[in-house]
Design a protein around this ligand. Structure first.
Ligand SMILES: [Zn+2]
Length: 297
């Protein structure tokens, strides 16, 4: 059974430069200070070139049983992920660059990304200063995404490592984009909606065909929610959205692939099979077949 991780943040030496550019000198100082107080600073300092990082990640994939990874690229860092993809397309069949419409003012950047190997686009509206995901000004981007056959992947909900200015965004912001008749897009919502699974399932009542979730991350938002545990979250989501609309992901990055996340999710799927809630075919879909079809990889 082929396993594809659709949510992996690609890091290399150029990520540091990208962060400096994205955060600005003041926030970067704060970020560095926070890093210095944790072990992560040495991991940052040990980062290698994009191709070398790609080689390290490939070894890690082999060790942890992951066949393919979609590389998510931070703002200003798409080139490094494209380089990794072009060097090892069989391991990294596509790239998902972050798009911040407050920074990437011209939607034509999407065509350039597509030509270099993008299969999706990541949105993180909780980090935006003024724009909202439901703003009309987002339409040209989404229309272009549709034309280029890319898949939007959105982080709504709570945010880890967020600054005080950030605010969780409700996935109901999808309203105009699900209702418009001149836009036909599927949306992948990361981390089961990071706290907003209820809203996702309620939207799916009418618009289920256009809504997908990824399973990535620790999903520890569950702790602050009425949902019992991750097994229940999987079960409920599969029942409401169908096994065709759930995509496996780890949300790993700086520390390479997260073994705890992989083991936990594989365990849950095995458990659900034993309970006859899902079949072997459902498991194969969630772990890779759905991603293959949706992203055309
Ligand atoms: Zn992530």
């Amino acid at each position: 059974m082929k396993i594809i991780d659709i949510h992996h943040h690609f890091f290399s030496t150029s990520t540091i430069t990208a962060f400096e550019k994205m955060l600005g000198p003041k926030t970067m100082e704060e970020f560095k200070k926070r890093m210095e107080n944790s072990q992560r600073i040495s991991q940052f300092q040990n980062l290698k070139s994009p191709v070398e990082q790609a080689q390290i990640l490939r070894k890690d994939m082999k060790r942890k049983g992951i066949d393919q990874v979609l590389l998510m690229a931070f703002t200003y860092d798409a080139e490094s992920a494209f380089e990794a993809h072009q060097s090892y397309p069989e391991s990294f069949p596509g790239v998902i660059p972050f798009l911040n419409p407050e920074i990437d003012r011209d939607s034509n950047i999407l065509l350039e990304w597509k030509e270099k190997g993008a299969v999706g686009v990541k949105f993180y509206p909780g980090m935006w200063n003024k724009m909202r995901f439901s703003d009309d000004s987002l339409f040209p981007y989404l229309k272009k995404i549709e034309e280029l056959d890319l898949v939007p992947l959105i982080h709504f909900g709570v945010m880890k490592g967020a600054t005080q200015r950030n605010w969780p965004i409700n996935p109901l912001e999808l309203k105009p984009w699900l209702q418009r008749t001149d836009l036909n897009l599927n949306f992948v919502i990361a981390h089961f909606g990071a706290g907003y699974l209820r809203e996702i399932l309620l939207m799916a009542y009418s618009y289920g065909k256009k809504i997908y979730v990824d399973t990535s991350g620790s999903n520890d938002w569950i702790f602050w929610s009425p949902w019992q545990d991750l097994t229940y979250v999987f079960e409920k989501t599969i029942k409401a959205l169908g096994s065709d609309h759930v995509l496996f992901g780890t949300d790993s990055g700086l520390n390479l692939l997260r073994k705890d996340v992989i083991d936990r999710q594989l365990g849950i799927l095995t458990d659900l099979m034993a309970k006859k809630i899902i079949t072997l075919e459902d498991k194969a879909k969630i772990l890779g077949l759905n991603a293959k079809e949706l992203f055309g990889i």
